[in-house]
Ligand binder design. Structure first.
Ligand code: ATP
Length: 239
């Protein structure tokens, strides 16, 4: 589904991602974990064409998409749910959701079917259909951001810190939703600082440190990796 090969990105002269390689298989959930500033968001933005790389390549569904535009990524089904949600606060929940479908050529019936699915998945969204997105709680906003991403009919859903700033119960709910999305056959690439939860749902994981991928393997194995656990003490609930 996705093959990133030796990808490098920089902000000016500062290298943020240094020759990173990773793959995501069809229907697979892959976690990208690492501390603040490790380069996770930069790498994810590159996958959907928001950030331009200066070296390496990105293949998606078997074709080279290095340098594609965000519009091309959306049309191809590679959808980013960004860190911080980035909803439009002065627009209603429904309008924010509809934005997820604007770059696709969907019929009214397809849009309404998609909205129905999202209502079922996120009952809280249904209750607040016409409320302004900016007046929702953090957790509710995260559900709308996930819903908006699903409106784009992802084949590869890229989630950047979906649990950031949420209460523990909501964190659990977010990861339950990730599992539901995976079960629908959508591949998921998820960047998280909540390492234990991310490794709990992912099949495989990559560890990023100072722009580089320093470790990878089956999530279940990394979950008990002593070096990884000690590295994340203080930013994750390691028991
Ligand atoms: P976090 O979890 O805190 O978002 P991250 O692992 O996602 O961290 P990035 O946001 O990708 O890390 O940041 C990687 C590096 O690039 C950091 O050193 C950061 O300061 C830098 N950086 C990120 N965005 C910009 C920007 N727009 N301009 C300049 N430097 C940036």
């Amino acid at each position: 589904m996705l093959k990133i090969d030796n990808l490098s990105l920089a902000y000016g002269s500062r290298i943020a991602v240094d020759r990173a390689s990773l793959t995501v298989g069809a229907g697979e959930c892959v976690a990208l974990v690492g501390a603040n500033g490790a380069g996770k968001s930069t790498l994810l933005k590159a996958v959907v064409g928001i950030q331009k790389s200066f070296g390496g390549s990105i293949q998606y569904e078997g074709r080279d998409v290095t340098g594609w535009t965000p519009e091309e990524a959306v049309r191809g089904g590679a959808i980013l749910c960004p860190e911080g949600r980035h909803l439009f606060p002065e627009m209603s929940v429904r309008d924010n959701l509809l934005l997820g479908a604007t770059r696709l050529t969907l019929t009214k019936a397809q849009i309404s079917e998609k909205l129905d699915e999202i209502e079922t998945l996120f009952p809280v969204v249904r209750e607040r259909w016409s409320q302004l997105a900016g007046t929702l709680s953090g957790g509710e906003q995260q559900m709308v951001a996930l819903g908006r991403a699903l409106m784009s009919r992802p084949k590869l859903l890229i989630l950047d810190e979906p649990s950031l700033g949420l209460a523990p119960l909501l964190v659990e709910r977010v990861f339950e939703i990730v599992v539901t999305i995976m079960k629908s056959g959508c591949a998921v690439l998820i960047a998280e600082q909540n390492v234990q939860s991310a490794l709990g749902v992912a099949h495989r994981a990559y560890v990023m440190e100072a722009g580089r991928i320093v470790k990878s393997g089956p999530a279940a194995k990394l979950r008990t990796d002593p070096a990884l656990l000690s590295a994340f003490i203080g930013i994750d609930e390691v028991s």
